[in-house]
Design a protein around this ligand. Structure first.
Ligand SMILES: Cc1cc2nc3c(=O)[nH]c(=O)nc-3n(C[C@H](O)[C@H](O)[C@H](O)COP(=O)(O)OP(=O)(O)OC[C@H]3O[C@@H](n4cnc5c(N)ncnc54)[C@H](O)[C@@H]3O)c2cc1C
Length: 437
């Protein structure tokens, strides 16, 4: 039986905790929020099939509503593109707090010890392995807890990942340019007129690089203001003012949420395992870098991590033994999402009028909207060249497009050259390709 520490009640960490506890390991989760307040204060979308994939029961149907169709507007609002979820698609909306509480309940019933209101402060390291974490309990006491494996599920700004010494080869910081800064709030609805309940997503709303949305619910208005690289109060106010003109029923009282959080819009971090350590979820940069969805990737990664950790029978979780976790995740998801990260970097470098051109001319079309949802079947070298040629009429966009696409011809190599078995030299040469894309 191994001692497993999970830092943060992230979705992937809880999935791994659940499966490892069921396999007989001693697992403890340290979460800084209370049991009642853990999880975001709003609803989001996820795929139900993920629970089946990770051997977890599905949340009760009473917690779920069908996901909403989406439409995407250019900054001038002259074009709208649709993304529809058929009812049979398994894509659902859930209250984020209820989701995390559901995952915590599953963990507790599997024998996981959950310590809420306990903050992970940093990693505790020996010369060649991570040995545990330092925690701060509810009463302010600081102490060190030791484990055979530390699973880092403390989100994009995880203090555990950020405190790791360079010798472990883990990227400490996710740069602000690769972060999406998001203000989200449910506002009161001042009349009961039922409006279109689809997500209305606005690219570069009010001219700022990013993506805002408005969802008109029965009794509240779900507002998101998201900007690449940073967000200011003025930008939030400007977006709200524009929404108020378009949606007169948008009130001013905040019913839920009302705070700014960060989503990593990056490729998976180059290295997510070390001796005694594995990162999962946002802490490892596991999102679709265009739309910021990360719940299903985290759940699936947590399931894979548990599977690999379970195969380590001697409790010695070396980077060699944990490597298949990173390899499997990258082959399944991480490697193909590199191209989405490139596309996102290209979009973030644009101005609002460029986005108008791309959408009005059809270069950014239904196909790319589908890609934002993970449908990558259309992407090929020929596809990218066709898009680049279409940009020619706005030739000043070409350097940005070429810059963003640099290295993309190596895309196939990052999957074919990724070693399935840990080999220092082969991993170094794989990292060169991965980091060069
Ligand atoms: C506005 C918004 C909308 C989103 N919409 C979607 C969506 O529709 N679909 C989707 O798939 N994804 C969505 N995401 C992304 C999604 O939230 C994340 O990708 C997903 O939650 C996976 O992250 P995680 O579980 O690894 O980390 P998190 O959800 O960030 O969880 C980390 C946990 O660690 C805890 N923690 C942090 N620091 C410490 C510490 N020092 N000590 C102890 N505990 C700590 C936190 O309290 C938290 O409970 C959205 C994100 C935002 C902000």
């Amino acid at each position: 039986m191994s001692r497993i520490i999970v830092a943060g009640a992230g979705h992937g960490g809880l999935t791994a905790a659940f499966n490892l506890a069921k396999a007989g390991h001693s697992v403890t989760v340290y979460e800084k929020q209370s049991y009642e307040t853990v999880g975001h204060d709003w609803h989001d979308g996820l795929w139900l099939r993920d629970f089946d994939l990770v051997n977890m029961p599905r949340p009760d149907a009473s917690l779920l509503t069908p996901n909403k169709d989406m439409r995407f507007f250019n900054p001038k609002k002259t074009v709208s593109l649709e993304l529809n979820f058929p009812e049979s698609s398994n894509s659902v909306f859930i209250d984020r707090r209820k989701l995390v509480q559901f995952l915590l309940d599953q963990c507790v019933s599997a024998g996981v010890k959950v310590c809420c209101e306990t903050e992970a402060l940093c990693a505790v390291c020996g010369p060649d392995r991570i040995r545990g974490i330092k925690i701060k309990t509810k009463d302010g006491a600081e102490k060190t807890v030791f484990g055979d494996l530390v699973i880092d599920a403390a989100g994009a700004s995880s203090p555990v990942r950020r405190s790791l010494p360079g010798r472990f080869g883990i990227q400490n910081e996710i740069p602000a340019k690769d972060m999406f800064f998001v203000y989200r709030a449910y506002y009161e609805k001042t009349d009961t007129e039922k409006l279109d309940p689809r997500y209305s997503v606005y690219f570069f709303h009010c001219g700022h690089a990013g993506m805002d949305w408005m969802i008109t619910e029965e009794d509240y208005m779900d507002v998101l203001v998201g900007k690449f690289g940073g967000i200011t109060q003025e930008e939030i106010e400007e977006s709200l003012a524009d929404f108020r003109e378009e949606y007169p029923c948008l009130g001013s009282a905040v019913k839920r949420g009302g705070y700014v959080s960060k989503i990593p819009l990056t490729r998976t971090l180059p290295c997510i395992v070390a001796n005694g350590y594995a990162a999962v979820g946002d802490s490892a940069g596991m999102t679709v870098p265009l739309n910021g969805c990360g719940i299903d990737l985290s759940l699936q990664a947590g399931g894979t991590l548990a599977l690999i950790a379970e195969s380590v029978k001697d409790g010695n979780y070396t980077k060699e033994k944990l490597w298949p976790y990173q390899q499997r995740y990258c082959v399944l998801h991480g490697n193909r999402l590199v191209i989405i990260a490139k596309l996102r970097a290209f979009l973030a470098s644009l101005k609002a009028h460029n986005v108008d051109f791309l959408m009005e001319s059809g270069i950014l079309s239904q196909t790319e909207i589908g890609m934002a949802n993970g449908n990558m079947s259309a992407v090929s070298f020929g596809y990218v060249m066709k898009k680049l040629r279409a940009i020619l009429p706005q030739s000043y966009l070409i350097p940005a497009a070429i810059g963003a696409m640099r290295g993309i011809r190596n895309l196939k190599k990052i999957t074919t050259r990724m070693p399935a078995v840990y080999d220092e030299a082969k991993i170094r040469s794989w990292l060169k390709i991965y980091n060069g894309i």
